[in-house]
Design a protein around this ligand. Structure first.
Ligand SMILES: NC(=O)c1ccc[n+]([C@@H]2O[C@H](COP(=O)([O-])OP(=O)(O)OC[C@H]3O[C@@H](n4cnc5c(N)ncnc54)[C@H](OP(=O)(O)O)[C@@H]3O)[C@@H](O)[C@H]2O)c1
Length: 337
């Protein structure tokens, strides 16, 4: 049954204004916050661990929380209209569920669950990378508790993945080495961090529901219990390498390039993860995404036009990625996994 604004009680506000977020100072969260604040339509409340050392962006309201005391999370979420969860992969496993349960108690109707990755409908890819079943369980828990979700399918973050070390797009900028998967020709659809921020802010800026049966304009409700799909580029490693050479003013002679078979690399990564060595995770994830017969390329589903997202230039994003290098190198635990 479709919901319409005309059927809501008097005083109903057909928009999302109050947005709460976990991870406001994080890799993707900081971009979501800056894009949301730029719209001028949203107030943003950052739920942040009371002992967090993460710097929160200017302009957000801060709600310190304690994950061992649910009431602090419920209190922070009361009155919030949309809840975005961006959680560090190193956060304890049950953190997402704690947040979702607190949101239900606080009466928050909509949640953007942690994932920000590949196509949630590319089931085998999700199973092979171990991420799919976890993200599915998050979405199911939200529904079971009577709330609705909007997932973000953006593919790899281009700038982050370029800077993120050999295990990701294959580049080690300190050593000037590059590992190319297979022949380097398999393409992925990928998004810059900024493009993800813009897409989420656009979706949350539409009216919540159509006015009535005649109203065919875009509304947030058309994404409820669905994913928003976006991209910045559809690229392969050879194209990324060309861009890196242009941006850094280097040539082939400056780089040591080796080739690795994606399937073998995936198996090696999985063997490490099975032994509890999470340095294998990036290896298995990125090599699997570049499998020639089933890559992480869902450009056909991207809603860039619908969301009026800008065209970006690959070399600009490459520059941003290289600038991100120093930031990421300050997070050795992250570079290692
Ligand atoms: N598409 C891609 O290429 C890609 C790449 C990486 C990650 N991802 C996805 O995006 C998600 C977010 O990644 P991110 O890099 O943005 O995260 P992040 O910056 O590492 O962390 C986000 C927030 O998690 C909170 N946090 C950290 N440790 C925690 C702990 N032990 N317990 C509770 N909260 C903790 C922190 O908030 P406070 O300090 O304010 O409490 C932090 O700001 C990942 O989980 C993953 O699903 C996608």
């Amino acid at each position: 049954m479709s919901e319409y604004a005309k059927n809501k009680p008097a005083g109903f506000k057909n928009a999302i204004e109050k947005v709460a977020i976990v991870g406001a100072g994080g890799t993707i969260g900081s971009h979501l916050v800056s894009a949301l604040l730029k719209t001028g339509k949203h107030t943003v409340t950052a739920l942040s661990r009371k002992d967090s050392s993460n710097k929160l962006p200017d302009g957000v309201n801060v709600a310190p929380v304690d994950y061992s005391d649910e009431s602090t999370i419920v209190e922070a979420l009361k009155g919030q209209e949309f809840f975005i969860i961006t959680l560090s992969p190193t956060a304890p496993r049950d953190t997402h569920s704690k947040l979702v349960q607190a949101a239900a108690k606080a009466g928050v109707p909509y949640i953007m669950p942690n994932s920000y990755a590949g196509d949630i409908e590319q089931v085998q890819f999700g199973v092979d990378t171990l991420l799919g079943p976890v993200a599915k369980a998050h979405r199911e828990e939200i529904e079971k508790l009577g709330m609705q979700w909007i997932a973000v399918c953006c593919g790899f973050w281009y700038d982050y993945s370029l800077a993120g070390g050999e295990a990701r797009f294959g580049f080690d900028f300190d050593k000037h080495t590059l590992t190319i998967y297979d022949d380097g020709q398999t393409k992925n659809s990928v998004s810059t961090l900024a493009q993800v921020g813009r897409a989420v802010a656009k979706v949350l800026s539409f009216p919540l529901f159509p006015q009535d049966e005649e109203d065919k304009s875009l509304t947030i409700s058309s994404w409820l219990n669905k994913a928003v799909y976006l991209k910045s580029f559809v690229v392969n490693q050879n194209e990324i390498f060309e861009s890196v050479k242009r941006v850094t003013g280097t040539t082939d002679a400056d780089w040591t390039v080796t080739h690795e078979n994606t399937k073998q690399r995936y198996e090696e990564g999985m063997a490490l993860v099975k032994k509890g060595n999470m340095s294998g995770f990036g290896k298995l994830l990125y090599s699997r995404a570049f499998y020639p017969e089933d890559p992480s390329d869902f450009a056909a589903k991207a809603q860039n036009e619908l969301l009026d997202l800008p065209e970006e230039k690959l070399d600009d994003a490459t520059k941003d990625g290289i600038e991100l290098l120093k930031e990421l190198q300050k997070r050795p635990e992250r570079m290692a996994a």
